[in-house]
Each structure stands twice: as structure tokens, then as C-alpha cells.
Design a protein around this ligand. Sequence first.
Ligand SMILES: [Zn+2]
Length: 290
Amino acid sequence: MLDVRDPSLQHVASHHSNKYYKAETDGGVRKFGVSDYIRLIRTIQPEIAVALADDLNTGDISEAWSKKSVTRSLKWLDECLVGYQSSSAIFGVLKGGPVLDQRQLSAELTAQRDVAGFVLNDLQFAGDATARRQWLQTSLAPLPSAKPRLAYALGTPLDVLEGVRQGIDLFDTLYPMDLVEKGHAMVFSFEKGAPAPATPQSLIIDISQPEFRTDRRPLDEQCPCQACIGHSRAYLHHLWHTSEMLVKVLLMVHNLHAYAAFFAQIRHSLRQGTFSAQADVFAQRYAHPR
Ligand SMILES: [Zn+2]
């Protein structure tokens, strides 16, 4: 997937002009016009290309600013669609920020275009869970159900489940890697099972903690990944405190495996019609959403 904006960046450049998008790059802020971006798409030929849009870097914007962002994003989307013909699928970005009328208008007008899917990339600016749910619902309501919806910044298990509940199909997140940097391993499961216990469990274990110094068990006794076969929590604890690079490799292997299994379990529950009930039990079972 190609996007001029790095989905992992919390801070993004703003104050684009009608001619140029200002993109954060490793070499600093760089200006992109629509023709530059189309040339990039033709060169890279990604499966999915996210259209150029007037991205904001705050959720605190006026109605006039929101309107300008929606109008400019639609103009750039139209230019991307007209100027580009290839095998890549173009996704349109839904804008509007906190101005719900503009969010709805952006979704309605983007849905009228010949896009292959939709992107929500401003949810980190929603402030709290209630506002985020409102932003999601407003943007998603006008969209056709047959086209995929991709969200950035929804990565924790509870965020993902809420996103799925609201109708998000695709997620782009660094959540598993963020946990690795902190020495955390995922120990949650979405499989259908017993009711939630009286005392909530944790979603993760922190391998740096002294309680794991002599723990001979793997990170997750149910996990068949290469990190959990033949490596104990005590060994990873030792690697963490001796700053061995291997500890992050093993945590990465496990977290990516566990995260992929989580999504596979979600897809299975959707097919079985049990997603909603399982998501409720999951929220009761686990204490810490992050
Ligand atoms: Zn594992």
C-alpha cells in the first residue's frame, strides 16, 4: 500500500496549499503535487494507493477549516482518479475532523467517486473514545458496504474490536511493535471460551519484571510460534536485562504471531455470527486496554 503520509506518524505536517501536500519524510518536510504523486504510483505500482488528501494535524479545527479540507481533498481525489490509470486500487480519504456535517458530506461525496475503498486517518485526533465512536459512525454511515474501509491509529485489541463493530475492514497499526519496544508480550486470545473471570486479566506481560526471572514457561503456553518453542520467560527476561538484540526479535516473532491469530479469530467469529458476544466477553476479561 502506498500513502504519502506515514500511517505510524502521530505528528503529520499540515497547512498544505491548493497545489502542494506537505509530507513528513526522513529528510524533512517535502512538497508533493498531484502529478508528483501520480508519478510515484506509476513507478511503485502498489496494490493500493491512498489518494492525496488535505490531512490535518489536530482535531481542534474550525468549521471553515474543516470545509476547506474536505473540498481540497475531493479536488485532489478527482485529480488522482482522472490522471491515473493502472492496476493499483485508489482509496479515498474521508475528512471533516470534528465537524460532523463535514464528515458526513466528505463520506457521501467520496462514496460517489469511483474509488476502490476508503481511509480514515484522523481518528487519533478525536480526543476520547466517545468522540472517536461518533467520528467513526458519521464517516462510515454513508459508505457502500461492498467497498473496504481502512483505519489508521486503531491498534489495541479493544480499539480493533470497536473498529470491527463499527464496520472497519482493514487496520494499519504499529501496536505489536510498540509493545516490543517496551518489552511487552501479548497474552490475550479472542477464542470463544469460558465466561470472563471475576478478576480481569492483563492483555500483556512485561518481560522486564522480576517475577519472570525464574519463570520456565514460554511467553504463552498456548502459542505455537518459534519464540514460544524452546524459549522461556526467564531467558527473555535475562536477554532484556543484558540488552541482547535477540529479545526484541523473539518478542517481535511472538507478538506478530499472536496479533495475526487475534485477527484470524475475529474473522472466524464473524463467519460464525458470534463476534459481538465474544467482543463483550473479551472487554470484561481483560483489564488493560493498552
Ligand atoms: Zn508465541
